[in-house]
Structures are given as structure tokens and as C-alpha cells.
Design a protein around this ligand. Structure first.
Ligand SMILES: Cc1ncc(COP(=O)(O)O)c(C=O)c1O
Length: 514
């Protein structure tokens, strides 16, 4: 708890008596606001000095879970004190420079402040409100510029995250395919007897692609999971073969999903070759760049992304590499009119008052709710705007290049260590590896690496989530933090080797060998 928590807050009993909750006395709001911002400043400044992922005790968790609904409202001071006591000490780790798990970034501090303002203003960003809608278009245009996506005639929409971004892009793809074949998907649905729409992706594609295929009614059986090459990139020969086989069987290939940075290894598929094939075969080209699309800002990585600009739709997540606080994804669609056709439904109660900026059926200022599923939406654009304003193009490029360089440093250290094995060479900022002691023929490497992972995570300096590559347990380090440095990477390598040696010795003693 902070010192200010002990100090009396200005109270104004008369106005408090007059104000029924949730109304709040402005002086008290200001005092509590200062206290909360001070709490947050301390929290962000001291993350590195604390255990990375402190867990509340079982008793605290049970207490939180079993709270009774309060019959009477509580004082705001009490609520803030409870946040300070019960929540703030237990972050999930992603603000810490040693956090290397999943694809979850630390928040850009300036965007934390911007988001507070966005929440306070509470503007409805789904419709014609000029600020949230126009700033949304502005930041989407900036994102397009950053990744080289053509802006003319395109649409960018901020959504909850990568899953929603991919779902939205694939919904437009499905609409496009039906239109191409001369039927009205919105009217008829997928109930009529028509050739099955088939979608292609590598077997490294994120699970949200399968969820999207299922939710869009295409059926998991019509998702082709194709093999990858030695670098976990989509095998083009397999893609061509699968499309030909489906056509021969009377099915309707309609969309290829390329990865611009897979979740497992950061692999970037051969985007240019996929674009070429999609053009030749008349298929929709969707890219999942939720994690990696911004990797194109690093000049060294940029050549991998050739062809990304040819996508019909591209998902990318500001809440990942850009460090915009959760949550914020983005879907870019090449044909804005088609996206509107896919989603627009404007009953009388949603029509804007005449003269409202944005009330323009000529599509001058496209309205978010006509281009996606959500109607109500917050002011996500402000935190994206604040982050990009603070970083600038150069700052972002430098941060991404730094993360990628650290991944290469990690890979080199792994290759130089006799007891570590590199499982995936970094294309962006993800490295997969495992502890493998010399003469390990009889060692159960999966069990040993599981133990290493648990010990490292338990020690509180680093946190990383494993994955499986070609059936093998893989340590996976995803470097996204702006404050992770070379010393962190070097320490990580030392710790893994040290812990690996200990676990191997104990494992042998306990007969944990094959
Ligand atoms: C490549 C990729 N696609 C999609 C997603 C899903 O994004 P979200 O968790 O924001 O829904 C992720 C998440 O890590 C990802 O790495």
C-alpha cells in the first residue's frame, strides 16, 4: 500500500450526501485519481525488482472468488484501497522485462494515461462520433503506412485482438467468395447445397484460424492444415497440390491464410509466392500478422515480408509488438466497399442525426459498426495514437530491431552452448530451444525440459511458456519488451544451463531417464 493511502482524503460530506452512487464528488475523484496514478507509476517503475509473476495465496484467491454481492455500496476510498491491496501486487508478469511468454507485451506508459482519458470520456466509437471514429481512421492509416498496406480504398478497423481481427477478415473473404460465385451469402447463409468453401493455412497457424472457420460455418473439415518446411514456413508445393485436389473433388478453394510471424516460432510464410498463387487461382489472400506484421519495420527483417502488401486482408495487433495496452487488434481490408457489404446493417434507430460528421452514405468517413460485428465500442484509437506519437516511426523500428537482435543473440548463445539445442532459428523475435545435456540418448528430454521450465518460472526472474515442435517439448522465448536487454538474455542462458544441469542430475538420481 502506498503512503498516500494513509493520508486523509478531502471529503465533502454535504455533496457526498447529495450524490447517489455511482456519482462521485469531483474533489474526491481527483484525490483518488492522483493516488491511483501514483500507485501505477510506482508499479511500472518497480516491476523489474519484484518477482515476475507473484501469485496470491489460495486463501486470497478463494476470498476474491467468493465475495458476496454488496447489498450497500462501499466508499470509493475503500474500493481503491482494495485494488491497491488485492490486485496491484499480483500482475500477470508481462510488464516485466524477463517475461518471454505467449505474445503479450508490456504497456506503453503514455498509452496507459491516454486510456485513462479514453475511459473517462467514455466516447462511443462505433458510429459517427467524429473524434473516436476519425482518430481510429487516422491510426489505421498510420498502421497501413508502417506495414506497407495500400491505403486507397482500404479500411482499417480496431477490434478486441488478433482473434477478432482474423475472424473479421475471414468473414469478408467468405462474403467475397459467395459474391464471386453469384450468390447472396447474407440472405441464403450456408444452408444451401453448394460446393464446400475450403481454406488453406499452414499447420503452424494460430488456433483462432480454426475457431474462425468453425464460427463462420465453414467446418473444420474444410480447413487444410498444410505442412511447413524446415523453417516452419508454409510448403508451397503442398498448397498447390491441396488446391488442385480440392478443385478435382468439386470443392471450392476460396482463401489462403499466410502467416506473418507464427505464434510458435515467428515464422513468416513465403508471402509473395502465396500472393502470386492467389492471384493465379483467384483466391482471397488473408495474412495473420497479429504478432509479426510490424516486424517489417526492422530493415533487416523487412525482406521476409515481401508480398504482405498484396494481401486482401491483414490482421495485426497493436496490443502485441506495438505495446498498446490490452486490448487492441486491427484488421485491414483492401476493399472497403466489400467489407461494408459484409457487415452493414443500419436500422432507423442507428441512423445518425442529419448533419453529423460521418453521416455520409457516400462512405467518406466509414463507420466502424458498418464494417465489423461490434456496435458499441470504446475509444481504442486514443491509446494507439498515444503510443505511436511517443515512439514515432523511428522509435518503433528501433524497438523492433532491438527485440529481433536479442533473439539472434539468444540463438547464437544457444548454438554455442554444448548442452542447449536450438529448435527454431529466429526469423523475428521468437526462439525455440531445449536443454539437452551431452550424451542424452537415455534422457527423457521432454520431462527434463518440463522440469527446467517449471524451475525457471518458479524462480521469478524469467517467465516463458513452452510449446511443442514436431512433437518435442520446446522452450519458447518471445522477446517483445522495450526494456529487455542483452544482460537479460545472457542471464537467461546461464540460468537455463544451471537449472538444466541441476534437474538432469536430480532426474537421473530419481530414475527419470528413459
Ligand atoms: C499469430 C497470432 N495470431 C492470432 C493471435 C490471437 O490474438 P489475440 O490473442 O489477440 O486474440 C495470436 C496471439 O498470440 C498470434 O500470435
Amino acid at each position: 500500500m502506498n503512503d498516500e493511502a494513509q493520508q486523509p482524503l478531502p471529503s465533502s460530506p454535504s455533496s457526498r450526501a447529495a450524490l447517489a452512487p455511482p456519482a462521485l464528488d469531483p474533489a474526491l475523484f481527483e484525490a483518488l485519481g492522483k493516488r491511483v496514478v501514483a500507485d501505477l507509476a510506482r508499479h511500472l517503475a518497480t516491476l523489474r525488482d519484484k518477482p515476475i509473476r507473484p501469485t496470491p495465496s489460495e486463501a486470497d484467491l478463494a476470498r476474491a472468488l467468493n465475495q458476496a454481492l454488496p447489498e450497500e455500496g462501499r466508499a470509493p476510498e475503500e474500493i481503491v484501497a482494495a485494488i491497491e491491496r488485492d490486485l496491484l501486487p499480483y500482475p500477470t508478469g508481462n510488464g516485466h522485462p524477463g517475461f518471454l511468454a505467449w505474445v503479450v507485451a508490456p504497456p506503453a506508459p503514455v498509452a496507459v494515461l491516454a486510456d485513462l482519458v479514453a475511459t473517462g470520456m467514455n466516447m462511443m466509437g462505433g458510429g459517427a462520433a467524429p473524434l473516436p471514429t476519425n482518430l481510429g481512421h487516422c491510426v489505421c492509416r498510420w498502421l497501413m503506412e508502417l506495414v506497407g498496406f495500400p491505403a486507397e480504398g482500404s479500411m482499417g478497423l480496431l477490434v478486441g485482438g488478433g482473434s477478432m481481427a482474423n475472424l473479421t477478415g475471414l468473414a469478408v473473404a467468405r462474403h467475397w467468395a459467395a459474391k464471386r460465385d453469384g450468390w447472396n451469402l447474407r440472405e441464403e447463409g450456408l444452408q444451401a447445397a453448394r460446393p464446400a468453401l475450403v481454406l488453406y493455412a499452414s499447420d503452424e497457424a494460430h488456433s483462432c484460424i480454426q475457431k474462425s472457420v468453425e464460427l463462420l460455418g465453414l467446418g473444420n473439415a474444410n480447413l487444410r492444415r498444410l505442412p511447413t518446411d524446415g523453417d516452419y514456413r508454409l510448403d508451397m508445393a503442398a498448397l498447390k497440390q491441396a488446391i488442385a485436389a480440392d478443385r478435382a473433388a468439386g470443392r471450392r478453394p476460396f482463401c489462403v491464410v499466410g502467416n506473418a510471424g507464427t505464434v510458435n516460432t515467428g515464422a513468416v510464410d513465403p508471402l509473395d509466392a502465396i500472393a502470386e498463387l492467389c492471384a493465379a487461382e483467384d483466391l482471397w489472400f488473408h495474412i495473420d500478422g497479429a504478432y509479426g506484421a510490424l516486424g517489417v519495420c526492422d530493415p533487416e527483417a523487412a525482406p521476409r515480408f515481401t508480398g504482405m502488401e498484396r494481401a486482401d486482408s491483414l490482421a495485426l495487433d497493436p496490443h502485441k509488438w506495438l505495446s498498446v495496452p490490452l486490448d487492441c487488434g486491427c484488421i485491414l481490408v483492401r476493399d472497403r466497399a466489400l467489407q461494408r457489404e459484409t457487415f452493414s446493417l443500419v436500422p432507423p434507430y442507428l441512423q445518425s442525426p442529419r448533419g453529423t460528421p460521418g453521416d455520409d452514405r457516400g462512405d467518406e468517413v466509414p463507420l466502424p459498426f458498418e464494417h465489423g460485428f461490434d456496435l458499441s465500442r470504446g475509444f481504442r484509437a486514443l491509446k494507439v495514437w498515444a503510443t505511436l506519437m511517443h515512439l514515432g516511426r523511428r522509435g518503433l523500428a528501433a524497438k523492433i530491431a532491438r527485440n529481433n537482435a536479442l533473439a539472434r543473440r539468444l540463438a547464437e548463445a544457444i548454438e554455442a552452448a554444448p548442452d542447449l539445442e536450438l529448435l527454431s532459428r529466429p526469423q523475428l523475435s521468437i526462439v525455440c530451444f531445449r536443454y539437452r545435456p551431452p550424451e542424452s540418448e537415455d534422457v527423457d528430454l521432454d520431462a527434463l525440459n518440463q522440469a527446467v521450465n517449471e524451475r525457471i518460472n518458479g524462480a521469478g526472474e524469467f517467465f516463458f511458456t513452452p510449446t511443442r515442435l514436431e512433437g518435442r517439448f520446446a522452450q519458447r522465448a518471445c522477446i517483445l519488451h522495450y526494456a529487455t536487454g542483452e544482460a537479460d538474455i545472457d542471464l537467461l542462458v546461464r540460468r537455463v544451463r544451471q537449472v538444466g544441469e541441476e534437474a538432469a542430475a536430480e532426474g537421473t538420481a530419481q530414475g527419470r531417464t528413459r
